[in-house]
Design a protein around this ligand. Sequence first.
Ligand code: NAD
Length: 471
Amino acid sequence: MTDHQELYVGGEWVRPAGQERLTVRSASTEAIIGSVPAASAADADAAVRAARAVCTDPGGWSAWPPARRADVLDRFADELDRRAEDIITAICRQNGMPLAIARQIEAGSAARLLRYYARLIRELPIEETRPGLLVKETLVRRRPIGVVAAILPWNVPQTLMFAKVAPALAAGCPIIVKPSPETVLDAYLVAEAAEAAGIPRGVLSILPGGRELGAYLVSHPEVDRVAFTGSTEGGRAVAEACARLLRPVSLELGGKSAAIVLDDADLEPDEVRADLFAATLANSGQVCFLGTRVLAPRSRYAEVVELFEQILKSAPVGDPLDERTLIGPMVSARQRDRVQGYIEAGRADGARVVVGGDRVSGPGWFVQPTLFADVDNSARIAQEEIFGPVLSVIPYDADDDAVRIANDSQYGLGGTVWSGDPERALAVASRVQTGTIGINGYAPEPTAPFGGVKASGIGREYGPEGLASYQ
Ligand code: NAD
């Protein structure tokens, strides 16, 4: 049990203004594993006040030379590295992410992003003089945008936190982070690392809370920019609030990406199967960019279905802390019920269950990894984001048809193309309306911009673009 009594507000440990608490349960045992104070509006006000003071202090973080900030970011990365094992364990216990997957997608990502943005601000000039057309020259100066409110989901909590914290701090912005109530324990370890690294007063606050607190921060009069990652539904509400306030906002939202298998793909090698798993089922399907619609050429349809049948059947399901586990539980009972509801909807729509589909009794919010074949792209299971270990294999006739089906979606976030011919794969990939797409594998690369099109969001994180969005 990890019980915290204080909140990390503006770099200081303080007693919460209210009495309310959040309890955290293990996704695999359902047992209570910790509790923290729920931050209230008064705590949010204190965090925003401390952050505002940083922006207006002529000797404060926002006014520091970039290289001085970079040194602190490097120290923050070192402190996170020291706590890496504890952070990973906390994540796995809270949201059920299998340890093996956490090592791939969460371990080290916070420190990597901090070091990357520290390097960028050492290298990139914040001022440049441009020769003018109407005037002799003009001075362009990149200044911190101001107080940032970051609203996070529970699925990949560290990477998504530092996709915002690292560039915001690098740019000179103070930031107030609201983690999801399901994943607050790893956020406390971040606060401890920040304190040990000497992040100055006011620069970082971590406020555990739910939607109401998120909405309060988004509309707070003293917040200058909002960074939101979460569902498309939540993103729309945040976008509406920001539109009224004319407040800059980035929205990283849901997805229903396509994994397009071309007819010349070599699917036999073990590493290809591991890459297919990672691109379609990582974190038990609870990742936004996964290619959960597998598009298979009719000429190889039965083979692709059989391959995924093997992939799903051979993935060990169980305790997230067991190094062999590849599929863990859903984050909550609500999420388990939602995924189960989609499995029933798939059956009702006439799709064929090849693997899984049955309910799993607890403890733990497990869902059987489920493969549907003969799925029409208009079915609910092909159009709506399920966020669980459920794949649909959809047949197509020729490359044009595959592109048409991939684009027949409200979303456009990730996706993959699998082919033995990189040029052909790139030609197909280029026609898919999506933010990023991988060829024979997928990883959101920190040096390249990441984000969505259509209902998957607005704005880009990562890369120099991520830094610029806080300037
Ligand atoms: P969610 O929208 O329910 O919640 C996300 C966060 O927003 C939480 O902290 C929540 O408390 C807060 N929130 C919800 N409604 C709000 C509102 N109206 N105002 C302010 N804050 C609000 O999403 P979730 O279930 O936690 O996360 C899963 C979703 O996140 C999936 O749809 C997934 O695709 C998406 N996601 C997207 C990306 C990306 O980079 N595009 C990455 C990870 C997850």
